[in-house]
Write a protein that binds this ligand. Structure first.
Ligand code: FES
Length: 544
């Protein structure tokens, strides 16, 4: 007898069939949506709220604890708790992202002889894949020229099990490793098929793949158990490189084609950091240079005095749009530019010029800089609502217990359907992220005996890409050195470094040597880190 299923309509996703007892969170994933679920479905974070209708089991104890009686009465549910008992529907408001695959259009400079990694002129195609905690990127590369035939981006489907590495690890340890692995492999497989179609290449033609990512993501993808990374001494299941037949990992590829990683250095310094450092040229001689890969976990690699050091700071996903009330990844419609124009009005830009639909990391950093410059944000991070000044009419709350908010876009402006705002809580999240990054960089430099004033370059890699305004980054105190002229944006350098290693044996060898020579520095037990972190949460003092 076939099991009874019900029709579930999720706004923004496909209509799907679900079995009795399935949660709305699982059904939303099936419908092509990833829902914020920072606690991994434990019913403790309240992030997976949805407005639901139709037949669902009654609210659980966790829902009664986290939702008000009024919310429950009006149909608000926690998607991880609400279980299907008949036909139903749900709407997620700003806390779900589509699992669609999109063109990844960040600038890319193919490897050339100037970089010392000219392609080896092998005919055919290969794949460079970057498995980020929040976002997946992949590129189909012509092995002969190093040029990209197509590039793709998609959300990491594991996001429904938690926003950061720590929550994924605890989900894996509590029996979720299989779900983490299968969802990730399925998504990568779909991305590769999408790339083949876009690039006009037969699916399954790839002759080689280079995969980078942090040690947890790579362990999950390559079939290792990452649980040792979750607790001190944070031991990854492998260091150096791992390899497997691409097809065994679910990657559509030529028969016998191998997928391999670049070197993993330690539990929180992975192949993505090595790849980005390779792309930044830290393996070459030079003065003191710092590379920061701004992801959910911010890896930092410092080359100085003939040595290379690395550490990782748990920045959290705030600059990738998670844990932020109107947060968004860098996709069309995300507010990515916020400035005060000369006439005192607020100038706002969005990716693709589309109607505003959320705030991505660069927009958040810009908005904080505007608040600091206008005097509405104190060095402590406290948001106030001044009675006059250029943005006074965009600040609200702060009295009678309501949260102060800065309304970057109001409904109707620029075609926005919903406001795009930042709250006091968002500012706290950004302070934690920027505090971790700055304190990590300062502690690493202190250990290596490097003074910030002597830095020749600070390379910024990662999701913030090329679009980050270096003045805003310095204004909020994100970077050491505070000199815009030494800040260089190198885009998604982890993916670009993987593409270099894909086409050039010399790049692979340089990556191996880089991995071998990096000295890992554990931040959590480093003297002075906690004090620096506390100090680095403050913003540089107002100039007004
Ligand atoms: S309450 Fe955290 S995922 Fe549902």
């Amino acid at each position: 007898m076939t099991e009874k299923t019900y029709r579930i309509d999720i706004e923004g996703g496909a209509a799907v069939r679900a079995r009795p007892g399935d949660t709305l969170l699982e059904v939303a994933a099936e419908a092509g949506l990833e829902v914020s679920a920072d606690c991994g479905g434990a019913g403790t974070c309240g992030k997976c709220r949805a407005r639901a209708g139709g037949l669902l089991e009654p609210p659980s104890d966790a829902e009664r604890k986290l939702l008000s009686a009024r919310e429950i009465e009006s149909g608000v549910r926690l998607a991880c708790q609400a279980r299907i008992s008949g036909d139903a529907g749900a709407v997620f408001e700003g806390n779900a992202v589509s699992s669609e695959i999109t063109d990844f259009c960040m600038e890319y400079e193919p490897p050339d002889s100037g970089r010392g990694h000219a392609p080896d002129s092998e005919r055919g195609f290969g794949l460079a894949i970057d498995i980020g905690t929040t976002t997946l990127n992949a590129r189909l590369v012509d092995l002969e020229t190093g040029r990209a035939a197509a590039s793709a981006a998609s959300a990491n489907p594991q996001r429904i099990y938690g926003a950061d590495v720590a929550s994924r690890l605890s989900f894996a340890v509590s029996g979720g490793l299989g779900a983490l692995r299968s969802g990730l492999r399925r998504r990568v497989s779909r991305m590769v098929e999408w790339l083949a179609e876009r690039g006009g290449v037969e699916a399954g033609a790839a002759k080689r793949s280079i995969v980078v990512g942090n040690p947890t993501m790579l362990s999950v993808f390559f079939g290792y158990d990452p649980s040792g990374i979750g607790a001190a001494p944070f031991t990854p299941p492998f260091t150096g490189t791992a390899a497997a037949l691409a097809r065994e990992l679910g990657i559509p590829a030529a028969e016998g084609a191998v997928a391999e990683t670049l070197p993993v250095v330690a539990g929180y310094v992975g192949a993505d950091a090595v790849s980005a450092a390779l792309r930044a040229g830290l393996h070459r001689p030079g003065g003191p240079r710092l590379m920061i890969d701004l992801g959910t976990n911010a890896e930092m690699v410092l080359a100085a005095g003939g040595e290379i050091w690395a550490c990782a700071a748990a920045a959290g996903p705030a600059f990738e749009g998670a844990h932020i009330s109107c947060g968004s990844t860098a996709r069309e419609g995300a507010v990515d530019t916020v400035m005060l124009s000369e006439d005192g009005t607020l100038a706002v830009g969005t990716i693709g010029g589309a109607a505003p639909e959320g705030l991505c990391g660069t927009g958040l950093i810009d908005a904080l800089a505007v608040l600091l410059d206008s005097g509405a944000l104190a060095a402590s991070g406290r948001l106030t609502a001044p009675e006059d000044g250029p943005i006074a009419d965009r600040l609200s709350g702060g009295d009678l217990g309501s949260q102060p908010e800065f309304h970057i876009v109001r409904p109707g402006e620029m075609g926005a359907r919903r406001p795009v705002s930042i709250t006091q809580q968002d500012i706290r999240e950004a302070q934690l992220a920027k505090g971790a990054i700055l304190a990590g960089a300062e502690t690493l430099m202190a250990a290596a005996g490097v003074d910030a004033a002597s830095l020749e370059a600070v390379y910024l890699a990662g999701a913030l890409g090329y679009s980050l305004n270096s003045k805003s980054a310095i204004r909020i105190g994100l970077l050491p050195g505070a000199r815009p002229e030494i800040v260089k944006f190198i885009g998604n350098a982890a993916l670009d470094g993987a593409a270099d290693a894909l086409v050039s044996a010399k790049a692979r060898e340089d990556a191996r040597l880089l991995g071998d020579s990096i000295r890992y520095f554990e931040l959590s037990s480093a003297p002075g880190f906690a004090d620096r972190f506390a100090a680095a949460m403050a913003f540089p003092a107002n100039l007004h």
